[in-house]
Each structure stands twice: as structure tokens, then as C-alpha cells.
Design a protein around this ligand. Structure first.
Ligand code: NAD
Length: 356
């Protein structure tokens, strides 16, 4: 039986608690804010999943049990991810799952987490659940099978108006009320939809293209004296082995488009998420043949699969091969940090190396 502690009783805290209960895990959720704890029990959880689950323990952070957990999840706003993850490390769990994005683009403190994870042999994961969905797994297999020939280019888009996020947070009146309205705190399109840059790198690694080395970006910032966030983030990327392609993340497109396309010299594979709702689609075209696979799923399935992935990786004893590994989460943040620098300086930026 896995003992699971979640920091943050907000939207992701509810998703992860429900997914863990579906897998029969013991769940403790803690938050700094008593209002968030009340909301989880009385509103969010029953509204999403039918009824409150009495087996879930809810505590203020200072009252929560410590030191007895297999996995600790950090489901708090991005600018608290690293301090909370470092605190969680003191509880000596087997693994820590840090929500996406791993941290704000300044990357302050990330090396300490990398070093402590290594020294304490704690597996650290980042919450890019789309990469461990069934459809993305099929795309990865197609790329690795060499059916597409040499991979020539790769595009990923996560373009989604963030009205849906605010609908899930009715207590917020808009981006100014949370980290979402501040790119330096991990919000804006670059942070919120960083699933896209993470998936780009996941597919690039499957193609043997190596890490992203160069970023040229154009961002459209909204600043009104209070908020300061990018509503559109366009990135052109090149890897160490020369693969080039694009990532587009925005918080303005509706209906949403979450999509990837990998083009080889023999064919292509395309991934489409949640369009129509409840379906992920994979299309493979080689020569004149076109295959389509549909994966029915709902949002809870995404998180159940994510936690099942953690169980499998921990069972196998290493997170080194996981697409959710700390290294992959950090690679995504390095690219986003480089994108802001590229826009700021009007130059193509080489991605830094924080791997120690
Ligand atoms: N993987 C996904 O698809 C997905 C989905 C939703 C959210 N997220 C990520 O999860 C994170 C949280 O987003 P959310 O929508 O749940 O936010 P939220 O505002 O709904 O909830 C965050 C909660 O964390 C609490 N909190 C803040 N600091 C804390 C601390 N030090 N200790 C304990 N609790 C603390 C807040 O009081 C709040 O209740 C973000 O990084 C977001 O990007 C990921």
C-alpha cells in the first residue's frame, strides 16, 4: 500500500488525491489555507467525483503527519515548488512528484534539488502527465520503430484559452489573483502550457535527437501595471543533433488545440489531445497508408495513468528512464527560461546546463 502525501488542496491536489484513491493508496492532503481545505472537502472533490471520500486525511501543513510517506506530491503554485520539494526531501520519501512547471524561469534553487535528490537517492518526478498518456506512448513507439525514416521536423502546440482554468477556480477573479498572471512566478502561457515544450523534448529524445541546445522565441506579454504574463509564446528549437521544430503555447485559442506532428522522410505521426473531448487520437501516415487510433479517456484517467507510471518506475527502482524525471522537467524549464531571454535580447539563446 502506497502512503501518499499531497501539498496543496487546490485543483491538482484534488486530481491527484482522487487518482491515488482509485489505485487504493492512502492519501493525506495538506494546505496552508484553511479555506482551501474546506473547499476541497465541500466543493471541488464532490463536484468532480460525486462525493467526498472519507478515507482522505485533510490537514493544515503544520498539523500533517511527517516522515511516513512513500511519495510526496507538490501541488502548490510554481513559485513555491522548490521550497516545498526541499522541505519534502527532509521527510525521506521514496519519491517526490513536483507539479509542472518545475519552478519559475529564474531556476533559483533547482541545483540544490538536483544535488539533494542524487545524494539522498530520492526519485524526483515532474507532473507532465500527457507524456505518460496512452496516446503519447504510441507516438513514442512509432518514432522509435523507425517506420517514419529519419525524423526531419517536430511541432507541438498547446493552445488553449485559460477560461477553463478560471472556471475550475471560481474563487479567482482573473490572472492577477494568482501566479497565472505573472510569468516570473511560473505563470503565463510559457509556464502554464509547458506541457508542449516537455512533449517536444520527449518526442525529440525518442528520435535520438538529444537535448534542446538553441531557442529563438517571440512572446507577447500582457502588462497592465499589475499582471505581467505572456499570452502567446512561440519557440523555434534546435537540438544537439540538429533536429529543428517549433513549440507554440498560448492562453488565447478557443476551442483548444493540443497537437503534435512528427515528420520523417518516410512518413508522419500526429497526436491530438482531447478533440473531440474524451478522445486522444494518433494518426500515422506512411506512403499511401493512413492509420488512426482513438484512445477514449477522461481527465481523471490522465492522473491515474500518471500515478500508475510512478508505481511502475519505483517498482523498477529508477526514474532515469521516465519521461517525468527531474532531468526532463528541468530541461523544459531551461528552454522556457531561454525563450524569455531570447525575446528580451532579440537573439537566439543557447540553453544552459544545470545538470551538474
Ligand atoms: N498536470 C496538470 O495537468 C496540472 C493541472 C492543474 C494544475 N497543475 C499545476 O499544479 C500547481 C497548482 O495548481 P492548482 O491549479 O492546483 O492551484 P490552486 O491555486 O488551485 O491550489 C494550490 C494550493 O496550494 C496551496 N499552497 C500554497 N503554498 C503552499 C504550501 N507551501 N504548502 C501547502 N499548500 C500550499 C494554496 O493555498 C492552494 O490551495 C501549478 O503548478 C499548476 O501548473 C498541473
Amino acid at each position: 500500500m502506497i502512503r501518499f502525501k499531497i501539498f496543496g488542496a487546490g485543483s491538482i491536489g484534488n486530481h491527484l488525491a482522487h487518482a491515488a484513491r482509485c489505485l487504493g493508496w492512502e492519501v493525506v492532503v495538506c494546505d496552508l489555507d484553511p479555506a482551501a481545505i474546506r473547499r476541497m472537502r465541500a466543493e471541488i472533490y464532490p463536484a468532480r467525483y460525486g462525493e467526498w471520500d472519507e478515507a482522505i486525511e485533510l490537514h493544515l501543513v503544520q498539523d500533517a503527519p511527517r516522515g511516513e510517506f512513500d511519495i510526496i506530491a507538490v501541488g502548490t503554485p510554481p513559485d513555491s515548488h522548490l521550497p516545498v520539494a526541499l522541505e519534502a526531501m527532509r521527510e525521506s520519501p521514496r519519491a517526490i512528484l513536483v507539479e509542472k512547471p518545475l519552478c519559475p524561469p529564474d531556476l533559483n534553487g533547482v541545483q540544490e534539488l538536483v544535488d539533494l535528490a542524487r545524494a539522498n537517492r530520492v526519485s524526483v518526478f515532474t507532473g507532465y502527465d500527457h507524456a505518460v498518456g496512452k496516446a503519447a506512448g504510441v507516438v513514442e513507439q512509432v518514432i522509435r520503430s523507425n517506420r517514419l525514416g529519419t525524423i526531419q521536423t517536430l511541432d507541438v502546440e498547446f493552445r488553449e484559452h485559460w477560461g477553463g482554468i478560471f472556471a475550475a477556480h471560481p474563487w479567482l477573479s482573473g490572472p492577477a489573483d494568482s501566479y497565472l498572471g505573472y510569468w516570473r512566478r511560473g505563470g503565463g502561457a510559457s509556464g502554464e502550457h509547458s506541457h508542449a515544450v516537455h512533449l517536444w523534448q520527449f518526442f525529440a529524445h525518442a528520435a535520438g535527437a538529444g537535448r534542446v541546445m538553441e531557442v529563438q522565441a517571440t512572446l507577447d506579454y500582457i502588462k497592465d501595471g499589475k499582471v505581467n504574463y505572456d499570452q502567446i509564446c512561440l519557440m523555434q528549437l534546435r537540438t544537439e543533433n540538429g533536429l529543428m521544430g517549433r513549440v507554440v503555447q498560448d492562453v488565447v485559442t478557443r476551442p483548444a488545440r493540443k497537437w503534435a506532428r512528427i515528420q520523417g522522410d518516410l512518413g508522419f505521426v500526429e497526436w491530438q489531445c482531447g478533440n473531440p473531448a474524451g478522445e486522444d487520437v494518433v494518426r500515422v501516415g506512411v506512403g499511401d497508408a493512413l492509420e488512426e487510433q482513438i484512445f477514449e479517456k477522461d481527465r481523471p484517467d490522465d492522473f491515474i495513468q500518471e500515478l500508475q507510471h510512478l508505481e511502475q518506475v519505483l517498482g523498477a527502482g529508477s526514474s532515469a528512464v521516465s519521461p517525468l524525471s527531474l532531468e526532463r522537467g528541468l530541461e523544459a524549464m531551461e528552454v522556457i527560461a531561454a525563450a524569455h531571454e531570447s525575446q528580451d535580447k532579440g537573439i537566439r539563446v543557447r540553453v544552459g546546463d544545470f545538470h551538474g
